[in-house]
Write a protein that binds this ligand. Structure first.
Ligand SMILES: O=C(O)CCC(=O)C(=O)O
Ligand SMILES: [Fe+2]
Length: 273
């Protein structure tokens, strides 16, 4: 697969909110915005050393990647964040250290200074803000992983829009527009080594490609599935949110979650028969 085999996601600077809405949000087209987080990038917390100094003793959960089983909720290890940063930075790669800190939101509660060091860029207004906090998803979330770390093909929760800002390292993304879903075998294709015999339709899939660098923010429209690999040790912050184009799926997802939670609570509280 050569780097130029796929159409590249647009890279923009000085993009106005109006341009973002017209060219990307409403048509549902991904984009990389190069200058969306200039105000928080200079913060020392968003460097490996700064993050380690401030939060290095925090115990974090890292997920082990298994090439056949991918991530499983129980295949985890707990380690101090500082230790994880050392592993990731000293060149341990995905083979020797197949662990990825994924979707970590606790740190933002433990260290309010972390929360204060990031601000949602004006492009990404979240309509979940109008709902009580207990109904919303927990964001922001941090991802930290070694060179080679993989996020398998998936579609984001509740069909929400997503954005991810890269603070350190490069990442390669392949993004599949919603109309390609029938070629993706329920998102079970291993994009890095597809099984063309068993999943022949995947050959016809035409993703868009994006390489993101430190300082870049990628916007992923609702229902665009994606596969991501860290080309270098990576530190990212991400949000999912509700906006034009995904109100229905987001609210549906939220209500379903509420119902499941209620049923679970009832089961716990119900007297034994
Ligand atoms: O950065 C990554 O590895 C993947 C992030 C992602 O796709 C997500 O948060 O849903
Ligand atoms: Fe995702």
């Amino acid at each position: 697969m050569s780097d130029s085999a796929y159409p590249q996601v647009d890279r923009r600077r000085n993009l106005s909110r109006e341009e973002f809405r017209r060219e990307y949000l409403y048509p549902g087209r991904p984009v990389i915005i190069e200058d969306a987080i200039e105000d928080w990038r200079s913060h020392r917390l968003w460097s490996w050393d700064g993050l380690k100094e401030a939060c290095g003793t925090a115990k974090v959960r890292v997920y082990r990647y298994d090439p056949t089983l991918e991530y499983r909720p129980n295949d985890v290890r707990f380690m101090p964040l500082g230790e994880l940063i050392d592993h990731v930075r000293t060149g341990d790669d995905w083979q020797s250290f197949p662990y990825y800190l994924r979707d970590e939101w606790n740190l933002f509660h433990q260290y309010p200074q972390l929360r204060a060091a990031q601000k949602v860029p004006g492009y990404f207004f979240d309509w979940f803000k109008f709902l009580p906090p207990r109904l919303r998803l927990e964001y922001p979330r941090i991802f930290i992983g070694p060179r080679g770390a993989i996020t398998p093909l998936h579609m984001d929760i509740w069909g929400t829009h997503a954005w991810l800002s890269q603070l350190s390292g490069r990442k390669r993304w392949l993004l599949f527009s919603p109309d390609q879903a029938p070629l993706l075998y329920g998102y079970k294709v291993r994009v890095e080594s597809p099984d063309h015999e068993r999943q022949p339709l995947f050959r016809q899939a035409r993703p868009m490609e994006a390489f993101i660098n430190p300082g870049d923010t990628i916007w992923v429209p609702s229902a665009w599935s994606h596969w991501v690999q860290s080309v270098e040790p990576g530190l990212s912050v991400t949000y999912n949110y509700m906006g034009p184009g995904c109100f229905k799926s987001s609210l549906k997802g939220m209500f379903k979650q509420q119902i499941v939670r209620r049923m679970r609570r009832k089961q716990v509280l119900a007297p034994a028969a």
